[in-house]
Ligand binder design. Structure first.
Ligand SMILES: [Zn+2]
Length: 326
């Protein structure tokens, strides 16, 4: 049976409130972020029901809250994977200078390792899938086994353009429609590969087998190079989404479905203590019942067609293939 993984980019409510990067903690001082409590419980309950592991990518700053850190340690002890999603979720991370990228990765690395009692994270994904040669270089330096930031689809510049047009003046300036990873979006490999700073998108596979490289698991795609993640569930009918899912499983050698806490956010109960304006963002106002139906569809389809493993296992499996051991 084909191996697949369920990948949760753990974007807490703070990432939506402070889009560009984390601001002060006024909301989290007053009230707990439901992402780490009610919403996390919904994901874990589904995982237990289907008997599968989940792979969570956590933001370092969130884990400075001891209640959140306790929950994350518990997840790890229950067999779920904890990966690194940077320290403060700067949305154009890949475009920043090397020293800043290194700092964002390493600060989160240290916090996660501390929370997990010495266990280091193996995988990384940058905020907004923003990657670069420097990002790959820093991940290799810190010994990461795999990276899952590459978004090999032409829809990324379109997403950036839409975001730029919809954002307020302050945030608008920091959004580039054509980021440093544009060639990765347009021409980068859609299959897993060994990435290095010289060969970050595998357009010209000249550094294959290099010792200084990292396993890259690009976002799965379907024809004609459309990035596939759970947000499509809110743009398509249930039947169309199911078709897309099954096509994506068939089309990708290392299929994983990327999801967010917003995908199980309840607009009636989880909004308490937070600004109502949050409901204006993508899918936030969709009732939990509808979200649950879509999420159950995901688990039904993927668990029936695939052997669900952690992202780390998926990466190790691909690593063996890339190195010719399989
Ligand atoms: Zn994120």
């Amino acid at each position: 049976m084909k191996k697949a993984a369920l990948n949760i980019n753990f974007d807490s409510l703070r990432t939506i409130i402070y889009q560009k990067s984390y601001g002060d903690d006024q909301y989290l001082e007053k009230v707990d972020d439901p992402c780490f409590f009610a919403i996390l419980d919904r994901f874990v309950k589904l995982a237990e029901k289907y008997g599968v592991p989940l792979s969570f990518y956590m933001i370092g700053k969130d884990l400075e809250n001891t209640k959140v850190a306790d929950r994350v340690l518990h997840l790890s002890k229950s067999g779920h994977e904890i990966g690194n999603h940077s320290y403060s979720h700067i949305s154009n991370l890949g475009d920043l200078p090397y020293s800043k990228i290194e700092q964002e990765i390493y600060k989160a690395h240290l916090i996660i390792t501390d929370v997990l009692n010495g266990r280091t994270p193996d995988g990384f994904i940058a905020p907004a899938w923003s990657t670069s040669r420097n990002l790959i270089k820093a991940l290799i330096k810190f010994g990461y086994a795999y990276d899952t930031t590459l978004f090999p689809s032409f829809i990324m510049p379109l997403i950036q353009l839409r975001l730029k047009l919809a954002s307020d003046q302050g945030y608008k300036k920091s959004i580039s429609v054509f980021r440093k990873d544009i060639w990765g979006n347009l021409l980068g490999s859609r299959k897993p590969f060994l990435a290095s700073p010289r060969n970050p998108w595998n357009i010209v596979p000249f550094s294959r087998g290099n010792n200084r490289d990292i396993m890259c698991l690009p976002l799965p795609t379907i024809w004609p190079r459309i990035g596939m993640w759970h947000s499509w569930a809110f743009k398509k009918s249930k039947a169309e989404y199911e078709k897309m899912l099954r096509r994506a499983i068939r089309a990708n050698t290392a299929f994983y479905l990327l999801m967010h806490p917003a995908d199980l956010f309840c607009p009636e109960t989880d909004i308490r203590g937070f600004p109502e304006s949050l409901l204006g963002f993508d899918r936030m106002s969709v009732p939990l019942k509808d979200k649950m139906e879509r999420m159950k569809l995901v688990f039904d389809v993927i668990c029936s067609e695939c052997d669900v493993v952690t992202m780390k296992e998926l990466a190790e499996n691909q690593m063996a293939e890339c190195r010719g051991l399989k």
